[in-house]
Write a protein that binds this ligand. Sequence first.
Ligand code: GTP
Ligand code: MG
Length: 285
Amino acid sequence: MAPISNGPDLVEYEDANMENQVPLVSSYNDHIRPLLDAVDKLRHLKVMNEGIQLPTIVVVGDQSSGKSSVLESLAGINLPRGQGICTRVPLVMRLQHQPTPTPEVFLEFNGKTVYTDEARAADAISLATDEIAGDGKGISNTPLTLVVKKKGIPDLTMIDLPGITRVPVHGQPEDIYEQITGIITEYIRPEESIILNVLSATVDFPTCESIRMSRQVDKTGERTLAVVTKSDKAPEGLLEKVAADDVNIGLGYVCVKNRIGDESFEDARKEEAQLFKKSSTSLQD
Ligand SMILES: Nc1nc2c(ncn2[C@@H]2O[C@H](COP(=O)(O)OP(=O)(O)OP(=O)(O)O)[C@@H](O)[C@H]2O)c(=O)[nH]1
Ligand SMILES: [Mg+2]
C-alpha cells in the first residue's frame, strides 16, 4: 500500500521550506511566530485553568498503540517507548525552530528547569516522570514540558498522553481507567484541540476505546486525524480498512511504520518506504 502520508515527510517538508523559500520564512517569522510565542506565553500564564483554550495537537490512543513513537518521529527526538504502560504523565512537547546550529533541549516540571540534550532526552523524561508520578506504574495529571529549540523543526506544540488501559496492574489504583480517561478528556475536549487518534493496524478500529472517546467530544470528526501505526505487523487488508472509514474520521488517515528498538530515524524511514512500496506493488498485481 502506498503511504497516504507519513510523519517524517512532514518534518522534511517544513525543513525544505525553511531553507529554500525565504519569503515564506520571513512571513512565517513576521506573522506566525509572534502568534505562537503569544500562545506559549498564555500557556505559561496557565490561562487554560481559567477556561481560555489555546490551539494544541493532542495524541490519544489505547495503551502501547504507538503514540510516543509517532511523536518522536515527528519531532526527531527520542522519547521513552515500550510495552506496558510507558507514558505516565501528560508530556507537553514544544518544538521551536531556531536559527542557531546547536539545539537546546530542556524539561520544565514542578517549578524547575532541567537541561538535557537530544541523546539523553528520553532518559531525562523517564527520570522526571518517576519524580512526578512515582517509580511504579502509577500516573499523574501534573504535566511535564519538553522544550526543543532546533534548526529546521516545525513550530508545533504537541501533547503526548498516557494510553487507555482498563485493568489495574502491579499496584495501579483500582480507578486507573477513570484517571486516564479523565486526563484524556481534559485535553481533547477543547474545540481548539486537534486530536491525533493513534490506532494500531493490528486491531479492528471500531473496538478502539480512543475512537469512542474522541467521538464523544468531536461527533463529526472534523478535528480528528487517525494515525495508523504498526503497518508492518498487519499490511494485509490495511488499505480496505482505512478506505472503509467505518469509524468516521473527519480529517483522514495517515499510515506509518515507526522506528523499532534502537533503529535510527533514517533507517526506520527507509524501512517504511520499502514496506509501502512492496505493498503497493502487490496491490497492483
Ligand atoms: N512493529 C512495530 N512496532 C511499533 C510501531 N510503533 C510502535 N511500536 C512498538 O510498540 C510499543 C509501544 O510503543 P509506544 O510508542 O511506547 O506506545 P504508546 O502508545 O506511547 O504507549 P503508552 O504510552 O504506554 O500508552 C513499543 O515497543 C514500540 O516499539 C510500529 O509501527 N511497528
Ligand atoms: Mg507513550
